[in-house]
Design a protein around this ligand. Structure first.
Ligand code: C2G
Length: 446
């Protein structure tokens, strides 16, 4: 019996896929089809698939051409499969011509003609698009635009900056169709808004965008009081709009899995979370402007607040802040939280440098996430018995903003039926912490 194997993602299954499977089947007596997992596709940079692995397997099954379906989970698996299943022929479309010649050592490699004029990419482009207007055209927005190009259904349609000179340079550089002269013009040319303006302007812009009926993705720190956060969520809810905070760590594959591992109690009860984010900054930077909520707390605190609230909940008893001040702003702040059964702390700095790692201590072991933990692709779970230690690796592609953009767009297209990676309550409590700090509650200045 001649066994043939072929692989693919088979997203939005189409005639090209069908023809390929038929041609592959005709090469032998038994066809094995490998379907990539969602994780493997993420890892190889394909993050715009519309169907999940179950849907893609079902589509292959429905053709009736596959005698066996396997899932492809890792690089190098093709060699393992060929040996494991005693495969005679590896077949793949001609778009891969030459790429899989190394498999000739293990079986015959056949490149089959590809069907012209149809592709998953083309079908994805025909799906509804979310037109995003950007408010604020600084450095984070400059990273956002190229990242959005990796997200299916996301299109940057307009940009606004009250400084028209800056806006013009930005729109020309990134080929943005509408250079909006005011907010009304921006809103007329988008159905969602990404707010990447200075921190102190977030609340006003978010409120205005929501009132104009636009979905909002707002940069961090979201706002500076829980009342403001509450008000914005209420407007979003009343108007059935998506409101998300662009805290990129929350959407990254590594953080998502770390959360699930900890909830499944791999280190027992969590007793301590400690995380640091320090980014040395030029003293003339706007980030250190005392009039506009500058400083380490406002710039960086949302990052460590995320794991603290995700892993320990938001019901802390108290927080004490210790701040090293200069020109009325905190160059460095250490915060200590008391929970009923745990303690947490973080260090944030713009003028002081620390190791940027995170540790989570539990009754059975601990998790170590090396610097920079907030954009990690790797962490370790460690135990007293070192033989039990485990290392985990994940993709973190590019600037890592594509994950939050993907979630934002997916939430809009799903009409709100979507799990938000940072809950409303977590965002409210993060704003409450910023508020407490600004009011000077339990702030000890050094
Ligand atoms: N294909 C085709 N004609 C098209 C589109 C795709 O013949 N118009 C073929 C591809 O050449 C491939 C198969 O259909 O053999 C599946 O294509 P994709 O779903 O795009 O999967 P791909 O990214 O090519 O993954 O490990 C995975 C493999 O490396 C291939």
């Amino acid at each position: 019996m001649k066994k043939v194997i072929t692989y693919g993602t088979y997203d939005l299954f189409h005639q090209g896929h069908y023809n390929l499977l038929k041609r592959a089947k005709a090469l032998g007596d038994y066809l094995i089809v490998g379907v990539t997992t969602d994780n493997f596709d993420l890892e190889r940079g394909k993050m715009n698939t519309c169907n999940n692995v179950m849907e893609r397997i079902d589509a292959v099954k429905a053709t009736g051409l596959a005698d066996q379906i396997v899932i492809e989970e890792y690089r190098g698996q093709k060699i393992d499969d060929i040996q494991k299943y005693g495969v005679d022929i590896f077949a793949i479309g001609s778009d891969w011509e030459g790429y899989f010649d190394y498999l000739n050592e293990f079986c015959q490699v056949v490149y089959l003609p590809r069907t012209e004029g149809i592709s998953s990419t083309q079908l994805r482009q025909e799906r509804p698009t979310v037109n995003i207007g950007i408010i604020g055209t600084g450095s984070i927005a400059s990273r956002f635009v190229p990242e959005s190009e990796n997200v299916n259904s996301a299109f940057i349609s307009a940009a606004y900056n009250p400084n028209m000179g800056e806006n013009m340079v930005f729109c020309e550089k990134f080929h943005i169709p509408t250079m909006a002269h005011n907010l009304d013009e921006l809103y007329a040319n988008c159905n969602a808004v990404y707010i990447a303006s200075p921190h102190y302007t977030h609340y006003d812009y978010a409120k205005s965008a929501l009132k104009a009926g636009k979905h909002v993705l707002c940069e961090t720190p979201f706002v500076f009081s829980s009342a403001q956060a509450e008000e914005l969520y209420q407007i979003a809810e009343e108007n059935k709009l998506v409101l998300m905070v662009a805290l990129k760590t929350a959407y990254s594959p590594a953080f998502g899995h770390l959360f699930s591992l900890l909830k499944s109690r791999v280190i027992g009860d969590i007793v301590e979370v400690n995380a640091s984010v320090t980014t040395l900054t030029d003293e003339s930077s706007e980030k250190l402007d005392s009039k506009h909520f500058g400083g380490s707390m406002s710039e960086n605190a949302c990052f460590p607040l995320l794991p603290i609230f995700k892993f320990l909940g938001t019901d802390y008893r108290n927080i004490n802040f210790y701040s090293k001040m200069k020109n009325d702003v905190d160059m460095f702040t250490k915060a200590v939280f008391r929970f009923d059964h745990a303690v947490a702390s973080f260090q944030v700095g713009l003028g002081v440098k620390t190791e940027g790692s995170m540790t989570i201590a539990g009754t059975k072991g601990y998790v170590y996430v090396p610097a920079p933990w907030w954009k990690t692709d790797y962490f370790e779970v460690r135990y007293e018995d070192q033989n039990q230690n485990k290392k985990y690796f994940y993709p973190f592609v590019g600037e890592g903003l594509r994950y939050e953009i993907k979630d934002f767009v997916a939430a809009i297209l799903a009409g709100g039926f979507y799990h938000n990676k940072i809950s409303r309550n977590e965002n409210l409590v993060m704003a409450r912490v910023q508020e407490a700090y600004i009011k000077g509650n339990n702030v000890y200045k050094l």
